[in-house]
Design a protein around this ligand. Structure first.
Ligand code: SF4
Length: 238
């Protein structure tokens, strides 16, 4: 059965399934996408806890599934070390990074532009170079205020399907999966972070919103880096 864009009440969907059913649903979504797109289905791995789950699920579907990591000059040393270990274990993960010069502390003066240059541009490059027709993400609808309107299967960019196979999982279920399936995670989480990004833009957060520690003190607080909101194919002026 072909993957079709969904239009569901994801909150109700999530509330109606237990942990084991969500795992099976996510595996089935990835399996169907892989059957349809083969090597043109590629997993975006941010090295965060959610990506670790999606990557592990994808490897259950097929060890051949490819992925990419986007890193920046501002990632914490712990994340860089975790990335090296992950890539050594999974050489089918390609790393993309934009080293072009940018203004000093652009993350303070214009974080949207900083993310556009350091995160969105390398993702666009990965999608083009890896000939991606379907990209798989670790996005979840309960992560924060900007993530409530997504669907499991979307098509925002022409010729590019986006699969969010763990969209309806909650934070506890992510940690439940990582513990039960013994999936390694970035040790940085031990410090109390709930959502990891670049060092200058990530703080330990409290309260209900998992992403509230991102971009504190800027207009972008708790928001998005742009990979889920900016065009990933076609012309786009950074
Ligand atoms: S998260 Fe911060 S440092 Fe990283 S690319 Fe975005 S604005 Fe720049």
């Amino acid at each position: 059965m072909a993957l079709e864009v969904t239009n569901e009440d994801v909150r109700s969907l999530g509330d109606g399934l237990n942990f084991a059913e969500k795992v099976q649903r996510s595996l089935e979504l990835i399996r169907r996408a892989y059957e349809e797109y083969g090597d043109q289905m590629v997993v975006a791995n941010s090295l965060g806890k959610d990506s670790c789950v999606v990557w592990d699920l994808a490897k259950q579907v097929s060890s051949d599934i490819r992925g990419f990591i986007v890193t920046t000059r501002f990632k914490p040393p712990e994340t860089i070390e975790f990335m090296k270990q992950t890539v050594a274990k999974y050489p089918e993960l390609r790393v993309y990074k934009n080293d072009q010069p940018i203004e000093d502390k652009l993350y303070l003066s214009d974080p949207d532009r900083c993310c556009d240059i350091l995160k969105v541009q390398p993702i666009r490059q990965a999608i083009e170079e890896m000939d991606v027709a379907c990209w798989v993400t670790g996005l979840r609808c309960t992560e924060g205020r900007t993530r409530t309107e997504f669907q499991e299967i979307e098509q925002r960019d022409k010729g590019l399907v986006k699969l969010n196979p763990i969209l309806i999982w909650d934070e506890r279920e992510i940690w439940q999966y990582l513990a039960l399936y013994q999936v390694p995670v970035n040790p940085f989480y031990k410090k109390g972070y709930r959502s990891l990004g670049c060092a200058p833009c990530t703080q330990i957060s409290y309260g209900a919103d998992e992403r509230s520690g991102r971009w504190i003190g800027t207009s972008k607080c708790g928001g998005e880096c742009g990979i889920h909101t900016r065009p990933l194919t076609g012309d786009y002026q950074i």
